[in-house]
Design a protein around this ligand. Sequence first.
Ligand code: GLU
Length: 512
Amino acid sequence: MNKEVRVRFAPSPTGPLHIGGVRTALYNYLFAKKNGGKFLLRIEDTDQTRFVPGAEEYIKESLDWLGITPDESPWNPGSVGPYRQSERKADYMQYALDLIEKGHAYYAFDTAEELEAMRERLTAARVVTPQYNSITRTQMKNSLTLPEEEVKARLESGEPYVIRVKVPRKEEVRLNDLIRGWVMVHSSTLDDKVLMKSDGMPTYHLANIVDDHLMGITHVIRGEEWLPSAPLHVLLYRFFGWEDTMPEFAHLPLLLKPDGNGKLSKRDGDKLGFPVFPINWKNKETGETAAGFREQGYLPDAFLNFLAFLGWNPGDDREIFSKEELVEAFSIDRIGKSGTRFDIAKAKWFNEQYLRTESNAALAAFIIEDAKADGIALDQAKAEAIASLTKERCTFPADMWNDNKFIAIAPASFDEQVASKKWNEEAVKVLLNYATSLEGYSGNFDASTAKTMLESSAEAEGIKLGKVMQAVRLAVTGAGAGPDLMEIFAILGVTEVAKRIRYALATLTVVG
Ligand code: GLU
């Protein structure tokens, strides 16, 4: 590639950004970085009826969270702005008029009732997809059918009108999609799409093409739902005379429901209990909310890694990739053609892998914060010790505290099932012995000391330690399973372990 690669993510601010949109942004980012190019963000807000306040900020925050910040955007503009389509409003009309001049577009004055009547007529005549096209336009009110004078008069009178593209009747439109290969469409299947609406705003099609051209976009990487629009876009590039700089297209496969049946929706997430949005969302006007991956405890790099694999693979069996490694490995030809099933178990797996490699110092911050919410003040050293002990067993940072609160809060009750099976005479004997020796000990108390002392107690009572180990755990943690017990003892300290054992001995009743 000799030209600088310039790609764009072009969301419409109509609500929270779906995870599929985030993946599109990520692939654009990876492609740009891999090729030493630029990643742009353009807000496509020409449909004023669908504008949702807060959606734009949501997009920004989501991308920032993942560290896929655009090189150029409304918040960080480059030289080809504006980066919000509504701010370029005045320019689009010129482009539409240019197409009219070249004979590739026309004014249409049909009212909603007239359009409806056309649809009914065509449906009655068994036309499967009634369209405003090269055949039907001849019966409608537009600048191709009305006398020139009348068109002029209508325009001058301020009557509402739209501008439509004039799709040729018989032509094969081709494009070579980087993922799907050659796509061929006959122009007779395309309709004369509206380019300028009666409110003076361009439609998506016109604004998108004009902006991609003005912004020097070299590759359009977007969701498969836009593939049907691509032939029209190819025609528009030709009509404008911009064929030489037409971007290449890559349409990404859909993200599918976990069972593979259809596109992943918010409803699937709600039903199956997982988010389909990057961060929490709240519609300021309607109060409608949606859960995000960030707030559920997904680490940004883990989530990014997971997203990258939803439709792409590196060609070998490596799965853990940092952002830099993804940039290095990424290529469009390793994006699959078919839809990718969404698998939340895989998202969790990635999170677990990343959690394990986080430093204890960094994870301690989560633990300190969560403990504080429970009214417990933990110091850094203790929080780091908890992180080191628990991270191998957790999916989310919050699990480190939530599943292991017993480290800071002595159990007030004990797992009854474990107690009914394991709290027996032998356990009591060993624990009595152990408590006494702990109470008489004042040296350095680490995991191996705790273990040696416990082994001696069991030996002194002539009991195999393995037989009473679960009861020992029960006494100190209240539960029958958990992280390495001797490490827990070391964190608790000798006095606390002895105190907990005394409490258990006084509280629990021996079975059998
Ligand atoms: N505004 C469109 C969207 O919301 C952009 C499609 C494209 O990238 O061309 O997805």
